[in-house]
Design a binder for this molecule. Structure first.
Ligand code: NCD
Length: 327
């Protein structure tokens, strides 16, 4: 297995071995084992949430604190980014100030691609546009295995992701992740919310009743209105009736399933309050596990012994370098 990546942009940055190790380490940390961090200095993390967040931001903050580190919240709005500085230079500044990892959330998909080969600092994606949200998918996988009694038990299970799949970075990370563990993923929602081309091991069902019938777990999504154009918003009037999850739906299929949600949930739209207030609602467990999964991710990244972070910026062309030395 290669070293843990220094830029975690998406699920595809991780090998299967990394993912399994993260899940194991999450359980260790959850059971109270002490963190394994370099001794020489305390962990320093910058969180830069260029888009709204409650759960992800606070869960990272808790994870850092539980690891014995501290975090600095970096406000893009009041930073030199507003004076025209590039994100790269800003991140390099953080590195030289002694920050180990920067956690970035942005509404720009693939923003972090540019840093993949030459990272100015270690980076964890806290969600970028509609592209990826790897830490959410990993904590979902952890919660699923917890619920079904282990990783091996996930093989052959079916999870239906219901709602605004096309605008959901969580869905894009889940469809990259879950099939690696033998989970079949079904996407379900109005036509304009389902991608035309589906990834491998992912298929589509036409309505919620069918999704319930064929699945072992339901994963609900928020209707992400901030990412829609008006033509879609106009077609959402009957969303709750057609796609909202209720106990009545389960009764119709004579089965009840665990219901996952990344939050924030719009109660009364994609899900009724009776479900949110019942024991089938897994979202609180997801939130609870999120702290330990993120601790494991930070710990793995900090320990990857990548000494090349930011070093490429020191290189200057050979002939100039000679002249500098002799001047
Ligand atoms: C999601 C996100 O921001 O991508 N939530 C989260 O991180 N817990 C989903 C959403 O915004 O609906």
């Amino acid at each position: 297995m290669s070293a843990f990546p220094s830029v975690l942009e998406g699920i595809k940055d991780l090998e299967l071995g990394h993912i399994k190790a993260l899940l194991r380490r999450t359980s260790d940390l959850k059971s109270g084992q002490p963190p394994r961090l370099p001794l020489q200095k305390s962990l320093a993390v910058a969180t830069s949430f260029l888009e709204n967040s409650t759960r992800t931001k606070l869960s990272f903050a808790m994870a850092i604190k539980r690891l014995g580190g501290f975090h600095i919240d970096f406000h893009a709005e009041s930073s030199s980014l507003k004076k025209g500085e590039s994100l790269e230079q800003t991140l390099l500044t953080l590195k030289y100030q002694g920050i180990d990892i920067c956690i970035i959330r942005t509404n720009e998909s693939n923003l972090l691609d540019q840093f993949r080969n030459y990272p100015p600092i270690k980076i964890i994606n806290g969600g970028d546009g509609i592209n990826q949200h790897p830490t959410q998918a990993l904590l979902d996988l952890y919660t699923l295995q917890d619920h079904f009694g282990g990783l091996k038990k996930l093989k052959g299970k079916t999870v239906a992701i219901v709602g605004d799949c096309i605008h959901s970075r969580v869905t894009h990370s889940l469809t990259d992740l879950l099939p690696q563990f033998g989970i079949k993923v079904l996407l379900c929602g109005p036509d304009f919310f389902i991608p035309k081309e589906l990834p491998r091991d992912v298929s589509r069902v036409d309505n919620l009743d069918e999704a319930i019938e064929q699945s072992d777990a339901i994963y609900l999504l928020r209707v992400q209105t901030e990412r829609h154009d008006k033509s879609i918003t106009d077609q959402l009037k009957n969303y709750q009736e057609e796609w909202g999850l209720t106990f009545e739906r389960f009764r119709k299929q004579s089965k009840v399933l665990p219901v996952f949600h990344p939050g924030p949930a719009n109660i009364g739209i994609e899900v009724e309050s009776e479900i949110v207030n019942s024991e089938i609602w897994m979202a609180h467990k997801q939130v609870q596990n999120s702290v330990f999964v993120r601790m494991a991710i930070i710990e793995a990244m900090i320990n990857n012994e990548d000494h090349n972070i930011g070093s490429q910026y020191k290189k200057i062309p050979g002939d100039i370098s000679e002249r500098l030395r002799h001047s």
